[in-house]
Ligand binder design. Structure first.
Ligand code: GLU
Length: 290
């Protein structure tokens, strides 16, 4: 049997906190226990939010924790052409379409719809795309693109889901509502998700499935906050003919107020804790067992 391949895939848009430490240590320990490989992947597609000092800090903090990884590290910003190829393929199959509304326009359309009742939201709480760009004619799309209007490539969810049919995955961890074992994917809950933008030729969903496949990842181990994203990932894997890894979503590390950690603070940041004299063993104690 080929070795298992695990990965930790942070975005360098802030300093690592205890939640990252838990995820990285869990992946690293599982890989070691399985006699498998551990990869680090830098998810830096958004140049406006990612910074070199955060990336450098990721390497330092993980090394301090005692984690080692294979090199070279895959940095997503160096692989835009792989993602572009997938976008072109989906476009050729008529499964994506360009939408031209700005974020402000979308917010206005949602507010308009909400005066008539509740407008559906995705599993992260964001309103579904309310626009009508799917029905623009080919000529109209070409005209707007030629005029330089910014656009986002959206998945035609209805067509894509109909093409794929029923999908699911085996959950080796636990979902936010206790989901375990065979889980049915519900990609439609996300509506017509953005897969790429004019200025960033990919998205989290698209690059994660392409990279997991390209890197031969066999076990995706990540936080429960990404549990329902797996529905979209299973759909994209099916559409692009990519293999399906195993999935294990883990509990989230919370702050004293019970909130999911979003940025590092004095109480939760690895650098801050290290400066206060914490050891890697203390970090393992703080995050608790798998
Ligand atoms: N880059 C994502 C994050 O930092 C994680 C991606 C994943 O594990 O699928 O939240």
């Amino acid at each position: 049997m080929p070795p298992s391949v695990f990965r930790f895939a942070p975005s360098p848009n802030g300093y690592l906190h205890l939640g990252h430490a838990y995820s990285a240590l869990l992946n690293f320990d599982l890989a070691r226990r399985a006699g498998g490989r551990f990869l680090l992947r830098i998810e830096d597609i958004d140049a406006t939010r990612c910074r070199p000092e955060f990336e450098a800090a990721i390497y330092q903090d993980l090394a301090w924790l005692g984690i080692t990884w294979e090199t070279p590290v895959r940095r997503q910003s160096e692989h835009f052409s792989s993602y572009r190829d997938a976008v072109e393929r989906l476009a050729a199959e008529g499964l994506i379409y360009p939408s031209f509304e700005s974020r402000a326009e979308i917010a206005r359309l949602v507010a308009q719809r909400e005066t008539k009742g509740t407008w559906p939201r995705d599993p992260d709480g964001a309103p579904l795309y309310p626009g009508t760009a799917k029905s623009l004619s080919i000529d109209e799309r070409a005209r707007l693109i030629a005029e330089g209007v910014p656009y986002a490539w959206r998945l035609d969810m209805a067509a894509a889901w109909a093409r794929a049919g029923e999908l699911g995955w085996t959950e080796h961890g636990e979902g936010p509502d206790g989901e375990r074992g065979a889980v049915t994917a519900l990609p439609g809950a996300w509506g017509d998700v953005v897969l790429a933008r004019k200025e960033i030729p990919t998205s989290y969903h698209l690059s994660v499935v392409i990279d997991d496949a390209l890197q031969g990842v066999t076990d995706v181990v990540r936080g429960q906050d990404l549990f329902w994203s797996t529905s979209v990932h299973r759909l994209l894997q099916d559409l692009l003919g990519l293999p399906q890894p195993g999935y294990r979503h883990h509990r989230l590390i919370r702050d004293a107020g019970g909130q999911k950690l979003s940025k590092s603070t004095a109480a939760t940041g690895l650098r801050e804790l290290r400066a206060q004299g914490a050891t890697p063993a203390d970090i393992r104690d703080l995050v608790g067992p798998p």
